[in-house]
Design a protein around this ligand. Structure first.
Ligand SMILES: [Zn+2]
Length: 472
């Protein structure tokens, strides 16, 4: 590996962007230099990369992915191998995926099984959140072990999916009390699953089986209501840290904003699909086409102001993070399971490859600043989930996870264009965005260069995470 010097680029961090040369030694960033200092100080390297007219940004950190996730009779279609290679193509060098536990299972068994699936199969570094689908005395006891011994400092609970991962309000309160005491982040899928199941059954009974009814039976009010309840339960649990996942509705954003404005430890993420895609343009496509965009929370109507509000939330930090909820399924044999019954369509959109590109378009369009792009896609996710300063920012001592970004090139997203995820369609088919991932480095090792993946499966290591750096 040796020493690599990245010259003539513009380094971007949440605090600003400036001309600097970056020196990498082995796996670590060892220095940032004012460009003329490199000669003055006699700094040499084994390899020099010219980044003139390029941005030099930290590797992307996607804290919400689902590789090879069991769903009904099938699995999400990216394995840890294909999914982390696609992530690298998208300028992502760290993912946080999920280990899971359900009623009757032991938490540590779920974690061990997930380690078995990922170890040796990842091209980039990875960590786990722990889903707790069966909150009881035993699983609550396991939370301490997760954070103190396993490097898993966040749990995920569901207010949706009764009969599967669902927790009732009492279980949520108990879990938040334990997690809050330990400083563990509780991630919440905030939708009122009990009410949603009533609407779904009524729709099917009426013969309303097309993909669009997936969204019409998960209205924004029920995301807002659940978010409100989660926020209040977290407050009662002693201001337990709470992170709302895949926030899609203005109704939910209002609840998060209110909690944050009164000083609660509440955070939220949104995903590119909620910023760029809509119920009418995508989910409502004729026939079964809309199945491509069946995900939960669902795409929202463009007749309301969800997208506008989400962009505003990103600007004012009511939304702290952009993740993908990457959970791809092919149309053939997978989404098709729900032909004639939208409730049987596997839920999920593949996006791990395109988050950095789609959010850079937000910079170009004037929705967010360049610095805010890096902050929401790299730095804050690392800080919020206990991985900073090792990940998320180009700093001396940090892992040399670096992306060289060409802002003057364009990227065409589509199944026959840029597409490396293991799926037979793209949720963002035909999108032409400004900017392009040029070079990607993970711990000093080049993964993407000259339009080729030159990394190694197995290079990616499990990251033990600490507590969140964002808690008050
Ligand atoms: Zn998810």
């Amino acid at each position: 590996m040796g020493r690599i010097l990245i010259r003539n680029g513009t380094v971007v961090s949440p605090s600003g962007s400036w001309a600097a040369d970056v020196l990498v030694d082995g796996e670590i960033v060892v220095g940032l230099f004012e460009p003329s200092a490199v000669e003055a100080l006699g700094i040499t390297a084994d390899r020099t990369i010219d980044a003139a007219a390029r941005y030099v940004i930290p590797g992307g950190v996607d804290v919400h992915t689902h590789m090879q996730l069991p769903m009904g009779p099938t699995f999400s279609s990216d394995t840890f191998e294909t999914g982390t290679i696609a992530a690298a193509w998208g300028g992502v060098t760290t993912i946080v995926d999920f280990a899971s536990q359900q009623v009757g299972e032991r938490v540590m068994d779920g974690l061990e099984a997930r380690h078995g699936e990922a170890a040796g199969n990842c091209a980039i570094d990875y960590a786990f959140h722990q889903t707790i689908g069966g909150v009881d005395d035993e699983s609550l006891l396991a939370i301490r072990q997760l954070v103190e011994r396993e490097g898993v400092s966040s749990i995920k609970l569901f207010m949706a999916y009764p009969g599967a991962y669902y927790s009732d309000d009492g279980q949520i309160l108990r879990a938040m009390q334990v997690a809050g005491e330990l400083g563990v982040m509780t991630m919440m899928h905030a939708e009122n699953g009990i009410a949603i199941d009533v609407l779904r059954a009524q729709a099917i009974a009426k013969g309303d089986t097309d993909p669009i009814f997936h969204a019409l039976t998960r209205p924004p009010e029920l995301e807002g209501e659940a978010t409100h309840r989660a926020v209040q339960l977290a407050k009662v649990a002693g201001d337990a840290p709470l992170y709302i996942v895949h926030l899609s509705a203005a109704d939910a954003l209002e609840e998060v904003a209110r909690a944050r404005h009164r000083g609660q430890n509440v955070f939220a993420e949104t995903c590119p699909q909620y910023l760029w895609l809509s119920l009418e343009e995508h989910l409502a496509q004729p026939g079964f086409e809309g199945a491509k965009w069946v995900c939960s929370t669902p795409l929202r109507s463009s007749h309301d102001h969800h997208q506008r509000d989400l962009w505003t939330g990103l600007r004012n930090d009511d939304l702290a993070v952009v993740s993908t909820d990457h959970c791809p399924f092919c149309m053939k044999d997978q989404k098709e399971l729900g032909l004639g019954d939208f409730t049987a369509i596997p839920n999920g959109i593949g996006g791990v490859e395109h988050r950095m590109e789609l959010m850079f378009q937000g910079v170009v369009n004037g929705e967010i600043t360049l610095e805010r792009w890096v902050e929401t896609c790299c730095t804050t996710p690392a800080r919020l989930f206990g991985m900073h300063p090792q990940k998320g920012e180009i700093l001396p001592g940090a892992d040399a996870d670096i992306v060289i970004w060409d802002p003057n090139a364009t990227t065409t997203i589509g199944i026959n264009d840029k597409h490396h995820m293991n799926m037979d369609h793209s949720a963002f088919e035909g999108f032409v965005v400004d900017g392009r991932v040029e070079t990607v480095m993970s711990r000093g090792k080049i993964l993407i260069e000259n339009d080729q993946f030159v990394g190694t499966v197995g290079h990616g290591q499990f990251l033990k995470r600490g507590l969140s750096a964002e808690l008050r």
